[in-house]
Design a protein around this ligand. Structure first.
Ligand code: COA
Length: 175
């Protein structure tokens, strides 16, 4: 298996994108129908995993965008005094096709998202990476160093955050 990660090109045809199946209906529909237009309209940037042994099959992806959260949302993390609005990145969507799950590819995508967040923070204010975790994925994100902001809100999505200050450690310890 030879899997590459690259920035998603909305003008390109990706083998298997229309059949993408990460076993999450909302994310599948997004990939099959909306991903190219989201990226074309600059609402998100996407990174995609392709399998060069399988005609560059679309094996997984994430989308990331600029975001801002209320300082009160971070109170559980006890980060000291902060301005009212906190600039951050937001992981919007993430999925690995069921044929590729359990091979560390979700972690590889998340490491890329964390590295982008870290890099962004050197170019403009970006305090960390925010996401709304699906109940089944909370444990996955915890392994990457994300903290729950309001506890586990299952069956609703749970807000989670990784502060830039902790990302270097997360990247090292999740290798
Ligand atoms: C969540 C998802 C991205 C994980 O991808 P994956 O490639 O199967 O995960 P990896 O193989 O990289 O797993 C990395 C680690 O997380 C663990 N893990 C994977 N999925 C997990 C889950 N749902 N809950 C808890 N831990 C999980 C793995 O066991 C592994 O840990 P280990 O190294 O200690 O063994 C994938 O299952 C998926 O696409 N799910 C459907 C879509 C979804 O829920 N997206 C997130 C919405 S917020």
């Amino acid at each position: 298996m030879s899997i590459e990660i690259s920035i998603f090109d909305p003008g390109k045809t990706y083998f298997g994108r229309k059949q993408f199946d990460c076993e999450h209906p909302v994310i599948n529909k997004f990939v099959r129908e909306s991903l190219p237009s989201q990226v074309k309209r600059q609402l998100s940037v996407a990174y995609v995993l392709t399998d060069s042994d399988q005609h560059d099959q679309f094996a997984g992806f994430f989308t990331i965008a600029n975001h801002a959260i209320d300082m009160s949302a971070l109170s559980a993390l006890r980060l000291g005094s902060l301005p009212k609005k906190i600039p951050c990145a937001r992981l919007v969507m993430l999925g690995v096709d069921k044929a590729y799950k359990g091979r560390d590819l979700g972690r590889r995508l998340m490491k890329q998202a964390l590295a982008i967040t870290q890099q962004s923070s050197t170019q403009m204010g970006c305090y960390g990476l925010y996401l709304d975790a699906d109940p089944v994925a909370v444990g996955f994100y915890e392994k990457l160093g994300f903290l729950l902001l309001e506890g586990d809100k299952s069956p609703e999505p749970s807000p989670m955050f990784a502060a830039v200050g902790s990302i270097a450690t997360s990247l090292r310890s999740s290798q």
